[in-house]
Design a protein around this ligand. Sequence first.
Ligand code: ADP
Ligand code: MG
Length: 334
Amino acid sequence: MWSAQRLHVCTPSSLLPSERSSFFSERVAEKNQRTLPSSCGKKVRDVSRVYSVLQWNRKPQYAGKAPRVVVVTSGKGGVGKTTTTANIGLCLARHQFKVVAIDADVGLRNLDLLLGLENRVNYTAMEVFNGDCRLDQALVRDKRWTDLELLCINKPRYKMPLGFGGKALVWLVDALKKRPEGCPDFILIDCPAGIDAGFITAITPANEAVVVTTPDITSLRDADRVTGLLECDGIRDIKMIVNRVRSDMIKGEDMMSVLDVQEMLGLPLLGVIPEDAEVIRSTNRGYPLVLNKPPTLAGLAFEQAAWRLVEQDSMKAVPVEQTPVKKSFFPFLG
Ligand code: ADP
Ligand code: MG
């Protein structure tokens, strides 16, 4: 079994990596050697190890009340929000959950590209607001997995339309709930980078959040800031995905480990996605990574994260900061 599953959300700590004891970093490095998958799909043994964790013979059990409105956010741009939304959305649809993925990155939308649906977006939410089309006309159904639908807010390169804000997105989510086809199980909102109006709009209807971060200090600081803002907005269910993890760099102590990230952000871990050239290839082909056959490690990691999202699970806790108390053979000797 992929033992990263047993890793835990440590208590948030203000310690900087440099301030930690060498004993701690050695333990972390040692643990990562055992837990993290390598960065590409070459190691078949590793793939089968992760593969065995996924229980393909059963559907994950839906936790919570439909629809679960999940915003995928990060603060920093380019860390993998859209990649996460596309791949998790597709995994959920493959498990026959009804999913609507909303691209709330108004000016720079690209979720349609990642899903390979760019040629099929004729109408957007703006046309729905203006009364030029119905909501179901603006929803683009994926032909491969028909439980996935895409909704774009606006045409590419347009600025945030006047009057579009949190209330408008809440209205859209309510309209999705009341569709005659039935309420979706998941509404995934792909959030724009930054913490300005676009971010506020995207988080307004959400009741859960997935914070995507990479293991670097700039991304972590932004993720921390965003987590604070989400909490201020009343979103309590926040999980994180650590993306673009390179085990070779972690071993060389050139990259922060997942445990370091957990410790700094203090968020439950939904998934650890390795750096994988296949992600870039699939982005450019408009063919989400999770559809690749044979599956790559990053694809399997997304699959596992989707599974955890459905079951409202997170990687279990091991208090890594607690050093085991050494007991001598004769207890009275101390
Ligand atoms: P965001 O939506 O946060 O701006 P994207 O999802 O668009 O970020 O990803 C930015 C770039 O990073 C894309 O080119 C994508 O292919 C690449 N990328 C994302 N995740 C990975 C990964 N795990 N390995 C390699 N490249 C990745
Ligand atoms: Mg994006």
